[in-house]
Design a protein around this ligand. Structure first.
Ligand code: SAM
Length: 475
């Protein structure tokens, strides 16, 4: 039997089933132990995180007062670390050819009626122009796993094409990549191509369920998939993004596994995950989410987000348009720092209208608002939509990014960068109503830059964006 060891490079040792089952037992035994719950909340208030065991106790706890305290602390930690900034991105689906058999995903090999598409470089260009015209600066590229149709060379070519397109004032400044687990050599190539975060969802941390949910194809190999982030880091990628697909397995098992994975990355590489995503299963071409028994309600979902927020304060959290406006609103308060807007989950969906009969989409989108509507909505809620990509472009990745967080200089760095990129968005892409709201927010928020010198420079740069048409300033 494998023994739990967060420093091990073997999947079954750092995500250890025995340790997770013991953790859940410990959490059940202690869920009404309010003295312990208080102790864990006090520890979380130090803002240095809590362990998977401690987080599991909080998740099991049903005491309403304590849950309120957890939510309040999550909101406070969110404010302290991320201010009111929300980073914007969009997914770009390159190809839905796939050789895997994932039972929850309509791209699975046996689905013969979904429309299969793979973008040519000309089509990538057209999609990117459409995304730039919406105002996006940061993309997450997505592709099925298919060594023949989507080899690494194809992905690299697409990344090159995406970075090369400069249409009007537009530019994609950061390309995050969500493709199947691969080799160290391929991760090196992705690193050399200048990717931002490498994102790979674990789907489920439970090995037995994982193997059943991925019955065929290369993704069936649990160990290879679970050890992917270690290979990515070995290949030079500093920023990795974790996630589980909620609904596949017991959520309590998943939270423990997810946090153990974060602890493992910290123990081995000295830096935890850059982001954690929280997708839930959605209806799709031949997928009915009701066929999966472990779906979680909105309240449990919110609780999970709050607990992740306090467990790993330095890790950004992402929510996609899988979720509705109202679910996203609550999630933003409790910990989410990055959201997508105006998303299409079909291949070629930004140029072509999505067609019911020729559907190539991965899942149904709940939040179908345009980017302009999402940006305005965020500002009406008191947030600052940010199109910033400065950290990655200044080499502040991995532990250097974490050092910036820990130095307390975020307000002098991320805050002005958010305001400057928002100004670019307002000038180039926003509707008149959105622009009016945004200009007022920028004026007000400039005063919240602590250092006078930085404040004055930011004000000058914003004037240059507005009056001289200059772009791409950053601290
Ligand atoms: N093919 C790549 C892989 O295997 O990791 C990644 C790209 S896939 C396009 C992105 C993610 O979408 C998957 O990791 C999965 O968690 C999620 N997904 C798949 N089917 C879904 C569904 N029906 N509803 C919601 N999310 C889904």
């Amino acid at each position: 039997m494998a023994i739990y060891n967060p420093k091990s490079l073997k999947a079954e040792e750092f995500i250890n089933d025995g340790e997770i089952l013991d953790t859940l037992k410990y959490a059940d035994e202690n869920k009404d132990n309010l003295a312990l719950v208080d102790e864990i909340i006090e520890k979380a208030k130090l803002r240095k995180g809590i362990t998977h065991r401690e987080a599991s106790v909080l998740l099991a706890c049903e005491n309403e007062e304590k849950i309120k305290e957890i939510y309040a602390l999550a909101e406070q930690i969110k404010k302290d670390f991320y201010g009111d900034r929300i980073v914007m991105f969009a997914p770009l689906y390159l190809s839905n050819y796939c050789v895997n058999g994932c039972v929850y995903c309509p791209y699975h090999l046996k689905n013969k009626h979904i429309c299969r598409k793979k973008l040519t470089q000309e089509e990538v260009k057209a999609e990117v122009i459409a995304l730039q015209d919406m105002g996006h600066k940061r993309l997450a590229i997505e592709a099925g796993e298919d060594p023949v149709n989507n080899p690494i060379e194809y992905i690299l070519e697409c990344i090159d094409t995406i970075y090369s397109i400069k249409h009007k004032n537009g530019a994609i400044r950061r390309v995050n990549v969500n493709i199947a687990a691969t080799t160290v050599e391929n991760y090196k190539k992705l690193h050399d191509a200048g990717i931002g975060t490498y994102i790979l969802f674990q789907e489920t941390y439970n090995k037995k369920s994982y193997e059943e949910l991925h019955p065929t194809g290369p993704k069936h190999n649990y160990d290879y998939h679970t050890e992917a982030m270690d290979r990515a880091m070995e290949g030079g990628i500093d920023d990795v993004g974790l996630g589980v697909l909620f609904g596949l397995e017991l959520y309590r098992y998943e939270l423990a596994g997810l946090l153990m994975h974060a602890e493992h990355l910290e123990a081995v590489h000295g830096v935890g995950p850059h982001t954690i995503s929280v997708p839930r299963i959605k209806a799709a071409d031949d997928i009915d989410p009701d066929e999966f028994d472990n779906g979680i309600d909105d309240e449990t979902f919110a609780k999970i987000i709050a607990i992740i927020r306090i467990a790993v304060p330095y890790t950004g959290m992402i929510i996609s348009t899988r979720e509705s406006k109202s679910v996203r609103e609550k999630a933003l308060r409790l910990g989410i720092s990055q959201i997508s807007g105006g998303s299409r989950t079909s291949v070629g969906g930004y140029v072509e209208e999505e067609d019911e009969d020729e559907n190539s989409a991965q899942f149904d989108v709940s939040d179908r608002r345009s980017l302009d509507e999402v940006v305005r909505w965020l500002m009406e809620l008191g947030y600052i939509p940010s199109f910033c990509t400065a950290c990655y472009r200044e080499g502040r990745t991995g532990d250097r990014f974490m050092a910036l967080c820990k130095s307390g200089q975020i307000q002098n760095c991320c805050h002005p960068n958010a305001l400057m990129t928002l100004e670019e968005y307002l000038m180039d892409y926003a509707s008149p109503e959105t622009r009016e709201i945004g200009e007022k927010i920028i004026e007000k928020e400039l005063l919240n830059i602590p250092k006078e010198k930085v404040r004055n420079i930011a004000r000058e740069y914003i004037e240059e964006i507005k009056k001289d048409g200059k772009r791409d300033f950053r601290f």
